[in-house]
Design a binder for this molecule. Sequence first.
Ligand code: KG4
Ligand code: ZN
Length: 349
Amino acid sequence: MRILAQLYVNTQYETWIIMNILGIESSCDETAAAVYTDEGLKSNIVASQAVHEQFGGVVPELASRAHHKTIWRTVSQALYEADTELDTIDAIAVTQGPGLMGALLVGLCFSKGLALSRGIKLIGVNHMDAHIYANFIEEKPQYPFVALTVSGGHTHLIHVTAPFEHKMLGQTRDDAAGEAFDKIGKILGLPYPAGPIIDEKSSEGDPNFHDFPQAMMDGGFEFSFSGLKTSVLYYLEDKDDKFVEKHMNDICASVSRAITDVLTKKLKWAVKKTGVDTILLAGGVSANSMLRAKTEELANDKSLQLYIPRIEFCTDNAAMIAITGHMMAERGEFSDMNLKPFAQLSHGT
Ligand code: KG4
Ligand code: ZN
């Protein structure tokens, strides 16, 4: 194996400069691999699991099996597209959690096997941290900032003062924003995942068609989206199929307004409380066009720097795992073979 270059960045700290990182992501229903080097992102492969569509949500056991089947092919493709080989990889960064336990285990066991057999270093990465640092793949946001991390499993408002210095300002008490989109989509008869479909239909609809409730608008940073889901259910109770079909775009736009209003208002309060002049969006729901437009409006109004990853870096991917691994490697943060997966967030943030 290639010998790593050792540099002295100042008189106090000794830092390993890691050239090539292989990132592996398997926390939910995408099997993903990417190569990130000091020169930037070299490849980014995502294999989505279509098998869950027929069930209207992710089936954990099927996710694990699909990861197992696809992971080696995905990693090979990432190495091929990066025009590199395993021998040039200095560290494997792998999602440690949060996520589905079985799915995480596939990525972790695969990475450990590869690391052990090839004498490559291992780095356990927090998936939610990685969503934030996806913003650093193509830009270099300045600290401090507030990150709104909105995915299928989490809704977080985080004050980030320095790399990996995260203070949670608030999170959801029940459904995550993406989960709300997906569950409401299911009620409306849309396929899983419904978030992108509701987004598309919203662009043709009237966001003021119906006033759905916006919860916890008391000035605090906690979120709740399960009431919105119930209110959609009640709203549709006395509507026939013809009405829903005719007004599908309007209902979708009204739901999108309810969710994105809450998210952007709380982001605005967080900016006021922390005094930051930089904001970031992260996670799958940051692909949402209404949310992107509203945060752009907020940034313009308050003269804030706004960063939103390109769509492919918003939803689950391994480029975000690889860049976070690269940042951890620069800090000398490596894992050993005892690295364990964690399903819930009690880690990092
Ligand atoms: O970050 P992500 O890919 O996976 C998790 O870590 O959960 O986020 C997936 C979530 C799903 O709930 C999906 O419906 C939602 O992101 N999503 C969207 C959009 N694209 C993805 N929600 C609303 N609008 C979108 N354009
Ligand atoms: Zn995610």
